[in-house]
Design a protein around this ligand. Structure first.
Ligand code: 13P
Length: 325
């Protein structure tokens, strides 16, 4: 059996990245409806089948993060999604958080839930073929926020999740996402991202999480979507790398960025520019959701005649990101 460190290294090695196809039922339903496809179990299943059976996906994708419903569904050939991924040479991941809920005492902030019963759920997911997991915390920048209360509540949950995963044999993807929503500057994003990562690594240490058996999934350091001053690609890349160098210990095998609402092309350009920011102690890769699958969903729109074109649209993004690495 592969060790946690071996799995974590496989997730980020050979220029490959991790595909996030773990939208909750609610989010996936609205994405389907936005392209005119009825939200149903079957349509969610068919769409996920389109994604994972994209020819040669394995050349640029090491693993796919699935949601609970997909992990239990089957492809049309009868194999479960985790089994099919394994047959194609990719790892199956599982999103184990149950979503970000309003934080008591802070109406504009959220804390991610899902710790209750997690030990038992991890054991079940291992039996269903999952090898790694994901938990996403969201931090919002705004007037007077993030509060210390929200940051500490979120990193505490992330660290307890990571510890439970490692105990049960899953590699945790630890995802503290500082959101792009808002008009904050690049400097504000850097300051908040740095502060969150510092507290996160203190908490991971406290909970005895093995840093060589996890993957960090952070935001890139960018200006808020509504900030009038948008930094160029090289500045985003350098600021992101500087922030990570200040905060992420070298034992972490890899850092896999979320795309967070950036356009697919811009996320790829940022990733490429970071590879020119000097020697780094960890692998820097991608774990995009929207920036990988967005064009495929737009192309497919539920039309079976567009199946191959949609897979080609995903392939273009996956290959471009692998090349950017
Ligand atoms: P995006 O790349 O669309 O931000 O999604 C990544 C992810 O897994 C969010 O949890």
């Amino acid at each position: 059996m592969a060790t946690l460190n071996e799995i974590a290294r496989e997730m980020v090695s050979n220029r490959r990245g991790i595909l996030a196809a773990d939208e909750s039922i609610g989010t996936m339903s609205s994405r389907l409806e936005s392209v005119g496809v009825a939200a149903s179990d079957e349509n969610r299943r068919v769409y996920r089948e389109l994604i994972v059976t994209t020819p040669q996906l394995v050349d640029s994708i090491s693993g796919v993060i699935l949601a609970d419903d997909t992990t239990r569904q089957k492809l049309s050939d009868g194999r479960t999604f985790p089994q099919a991924l394994q047959d194609m040479g990719m790892l199956a991941g599982i999103k184990v958080d149950t979503g970000a809920k309003p934080l008591a005492g802070s109406p504009d902030e959220k804390v991610t839930e899902g710790l209750d019963g997690l030990r038992e759920r991890v054991a079940e997911y291992v039996s269903l073929g999952s090898t790694f997991a994901k938990w996403r915390a969201v931090i919002t920048i705004g007037d007077g926020i993030p509060t210390e209360r929200a940051v500490r509540a979120n990193v505490h949950a992330l660290a307890r999740y990571a510890g439970l995963c490692q105990e049960g044999g899953l590699v945790p993807i630890v995802e503290p996402e500082v959101l792009m929503d808002g008009s904050h500057s690049l400097a504000q994003c850097q300051q908040v991202t740095r502060a969150v990562l510092r507290v996160l690594f203190d908490e991971l240490d406290l909970m005895k999480v093995r840093l060589d058996g996890m993957v960090l999934k952070p935001n890139m350091v960018v200006a808020g979507k509504n900030c009038p001053e948008q930094p160029g690609v090289d500045l985003v890349a350098q600021t992101t790398v500087d922030t990570l160098r200040d905060t992420v210990p070298a034992e972490v095998p890899g850092i896999a960025f979320l795309s967070g609402g950036q356009s697919p092309e811009l996320a790829t350009r940022h990733l490429g520019a970071m590879q020119n920011c000097g020697d780094l102690p960890w692998e820097l890769t991608y774990s995009f959701g929207r920036a990988l699958v967005g064009p495929a969903l737009e192309t497919w729109r539920g039309d079976s005649a567009k199946w191959a074109d949609a897979q080609q649209a995903l392939s273009v993004r996956a290959v471009a990101n692998a090349a950017a690495r």
